[in-house]
Design a protein around this ligand. Structure first.
Ligand code: ZN
Ligand code: ZN
Length: 319
């Protein structure tokens, strides 16, 4: 099969062996996949991962249990044991024995076929197109933020970063009644926010007065965290939403002095993401900048790194 894999270098492999579905697993033929910042970080050494990249995708179940065959699906990325203390405690996404699609110990979805646990599957309703369904996984991650913090009508929420993750987080927060401000530096994506009637501010114009209740950091850069520490109020909360690769050299004294809660945030609820896409609450289509065939995957990954592109997709098989 065809695959885009990372092993010292990122390469398109036209003849990679097809995956074999293990016990409790099925094979999914991938239609469309999304490139995320985590994929880019992996090609710089993040997680020390080697193998087929890709964890945001939609496809059709090709082999597995009868009831799933030919169904269009999205898939949770944490493949868990179900037996360890964390799984038993209802924290399966933190399973100590887990593998993660295209990120840790398990081949991902930038390929014709991917093997996934049946328990990870979610049926995609007809109301959601393939182009929208590739956003289910990152939209679920965005939903995790509103599950982790308490949001009330007077809560001052800030999202830092108007990249592919920040735009999703901002749109999910906007479905909740609160005071939301989005901060970015890219005029193009700030304009996207304004078109969605989100209050958008250029980073140079932000009032840094430690008065916001919750700041969601979506840039993955130390500058973003430093800004968050200047915005959050005493006893407020900073949510670290994006992948931090490498070390952040940030003065944490304000976090101590202001008794700030710093909250990590990773994968989230697929059911909420699917429901909000089906209800047309999230505009993800306008985030798609380019679509490449899998054969041009190396080029697509480079395109995903440039600020003029928001989301770059890989077209792998017809629906
Ligand atoms: Zn991702
Ligand atoms: Zn486990």
């Amino acid at each position: 099969m065809r695959a885009l894999a990372f092993d010292k270098a990122l390469t398109f492999d036209p003849r990679r062996p097809e995956p074999i579905a293990g016990a409790g697993e099925c094979l999914v033929r991938v239609h469309l996949a999304g490139i995320c910042s985590t994929d880019i970080q992996i090609t710089r050494g993040y997680m020390g991962y080697r193998g087929v990249l890709g964890h945001e995708f939609v496809g059709t179940v090709e082999s597995g249990p009868e009831e799933w065959i030919h169904r269009r699906v999205a898939c949770e990325i944490n493949c868990v044991c179900g037996k360890c203390a964390l799984c038993q405690a209802g924290l399966a996404n933190h399973c100590r024995a887990r593998t993660v699609l295209g990120i840790a110990g398990r081949d991902g979805a930038f390929a014709d076929l991917v093997a996934v646990p049946v328990r990870n599957l979610h049926a995609v309703p007809d109301a959601i197109s393939d182009e929208e369904a590739v956003f289910i996984e990152p939209a679920a991650a965005a939903w995790q933020v509103v599950k982790q913090v308490r949001i009330e009508p007077r809560t001052q929420m800030v999202v830092i970063g108007t990249g592919r993750l920040g735009l999703l987080v901002a749109q999910v927060i906007a479905t909740h009644d609160c005071q939301l401000e989005v901060i970015g530096r890219n005029p193009k994506t700030l304009a996207l926010c304004e078109r969605r009637h989100l209050r958008a501010t250029h980073v140079n114009d932000v009032a840094r007065r430690n008065d916001r209740d919750v700041v969601v950091e979506c840039t993955g850069s130390p500058d973003g965290l430093a800004l968050a520490l200047q915005l959050v109020r005493p006893r407020g909360t900073i949510v670290l939403k994006s992948t931090y690769a490498g070390t952040a050299n940030v003065d944490l004294a304000p976090a101590v002095i202001n008794e700030v809660t710093i909250l990590g945030s990773r994968c989230g609820p697929f059911a909420d993401a699917i429901a909000s896409l089906a209800r047309r609450e999230l505009d993800v289509r306008s985030m798609i900048s380019k679509v490449y065939p899998l054969e041009r995957g190396v080029e697509a990954m480079a395109a995903a790194e440039t600020p003029e592109n928001v989301k770059v997709l890989l077209k792998i098989n017809p629906r």
